[in-house]
Design a protein around this ligand. Structure first.
Ligand code: MLT
Ligand code: ZN
Length: 455
């Protein structure tokens, strides 16, 4: 990268917001689970959409690609810099607009964390529905770009269902401003919908107009022990009858053990005495505990209220970090029709080498499994392909909420087929003809650097 470009970037965002020292760049160049690393000549930290647009423009003029990054909590290498790209950190775009209690919406900058967004909405008696363990660090921009899901999808849908409008910078530096948030609009193509889940490859998302939901502050949770995963799946149709069902999380016994060991707490139920655990959460404006008490009457389970519910969530939220302390896992985020979950899990266990630890958890209602295999060594790459092929054979998806990133780029066409994948490529070419934005993500193009044979 030329000195002239460094100078231009400093003029746009200020000297202190162009980070070139290796020490300063390091946290942006590695992902938090040490699965992926890369290198960037500089991290650029704009504070407004105009600055983002100017950075994109000068980088494009110099032919230097851009990788956008939010909280860097991704799991598929999508925001780790590659191929000499400028790392565009959106963490300073933290503007939060007033909560619109008439429309039930708010406008949030790409760098606003999910936690800050939720607190902001709650101050007005509302809530932001998408939620998962990394809420304190993960940002709105990253959640939009990956179409994040989390634990409340069963009730409110994924990020796509929350996005009412977007502001984004195109590859030539022009700005799309669609933040009106009109609940009904059939005026041509809906670009915000196109950009959700596009993983920074079509535009840089700088702000989002987001749907808010009531803040259901009365909560009750339960942990249910099922004899098998098949029983857990059968339980799901009963759970769907609960009027205030808010989350249905699946934890295979190993996941429960690993999280409790990591936190140094006693598991709420003995992991050896179940084939699968289901964590059920209900949330409402009035105390929903009775519906869970009734449910538990003929099940093996524990009710978790107040601090106990918090402890349950703490355990659920720490599974990923706990697994990370065991080694760098082969990590897959897949979904199959729920009726096929048991087949998939059996296949994974049969395919994994005997010495490996298989730790599976996820979001039961969507058939979404987070598959973590620690210690598969040289077998990792073949194992990954075996599992992904099985997922497709069972009518599933190779990514349910983490995205494709660079991790599964070689599998996307197999899932989509040549026609749909060709259409995606055509859209990419139309919006980013020089492949400036996040090259190598979704569409293979740049060399990838994988630390080991990972997901
Ligand atoms: C979760 O549900 O906790 C996240 O998707 C993280 C993960 O899969 O590790
Ligand atoms: Zn998840």
């Amino acid at each position: 990268m030329s000195e002239a470009l460094f100078a231009e970037l400093r003029t746009i965002v200020g000297q202190s917001n162009v980070l070139t020292d290796a020490d300063m760049r390091a946290t942006y160049e590695n992902d938090w689970l040490r699965q992926w690393d890369g290198e960037t000549p500089c991290v650029v930290r704009p504070s407004s959409v105009e600055e983002v647009a100017a950075v994109v423009r000068v980088a494009a003029a110099a032919g230097v690609p851009i990788v956008a990054q939010g909280g860097n909590t991704g799991l598929v290498g999508g925001s780790v810099p590659r191929a000499g790209a400028v790392l565009l950190s959106l963490q300073r775009l933290t503007a939060l607009g007033p909560v619109d209690t008439l429309a039930l919406q708010v406008t949030a900058g790409a760098g606003v964390t999910i936690d800050a967004l939720q607190q902001h909405a709650r101050a007005s008696g509302l809530d932001f529905a998408v939620d998962w363990g990394a809420r304190a660090t993960a940002t709105v921009g990253g959640a939009v770009s990956t179409n994040a899901g989390g634990s409340r999808v069963v009730r409110f849908g994924t990020m796509r269902a929350q996005v009412m409008g977007l502001q984004a910078v195109l590859a030539d530096g022009s700005i799309i401003d669609e933040l009106a948030g009109l609940p009904k609009e059939t005026a041509g193509l809906h670009l915000p919908s196109l950009l959700v889940g596009s993983e920074g490859t079509l535009a840089v998302v700088t702000a989002a107009r987001l749907r808010l939901v009531p803040w259901y502050r009365e909560t009750a949770a339960a942990l249910v022990a099922c004899d098998s995963l098949t029983d857990a799946v059968l339980l799901l149709s009963r759970l769907r009858q609960l009027p205030n069902l808010d989350a249905v999380e699946l934890m295979m016994p190993e996941a429960l053990s690993v999280a409790c060991e990591f936190l140094g707490v006693k598991p709420p139920m003995d992991p050896r005495e179940a084939g699968a655990f289901v964590m059920v959460d209900c949330a409402a404006l009035t105390d929903p505990r009775d519906e869970l008490i009734e449910l538990l009457a003929d099940l093996r389970g524990v009710l978790a209220l107040g601090n106990q519910r918090e402890a349950l969530y703490r355990m659920r939220d720490h599974i990923t970090i706990a697994i990370g302390t065991l080694g760098v896992p082969l990590k897959l985020d897949v979904a199959v029709p729920v009726a096929q979950l048991d087949r998939l899990v059996r296949l994974i266990h049969a395919a994994a080498p005997g010495e490996a630890r298989v730790i599976i958890f996820g979001h039961l209602a969507e058939g979404n499994l987070h598959v973590n295999i620690v210690g598969a060594g040289d077998a990792s790459a073949a194992l990954r392909d075996r599992v992904l092929q099985a997922v497709l054979d069972l009518g599933g998806t190779i990514s349910a909420e983490h995205g494709i990133g660079v991790a599964k780029v070689d599998w996307l066409e197999r899932q989509k087929g040549p026609v749909a994948y060709g259409a995606m490529r055509a859209i990419k070419k139309a919006l980013d003809p020089k492949n400036q934005l996040n090259p190598g993500v979704l569409f293979a193009s740049a060399p990838r650097r994988r630390r080991a044979a990972r997901g």
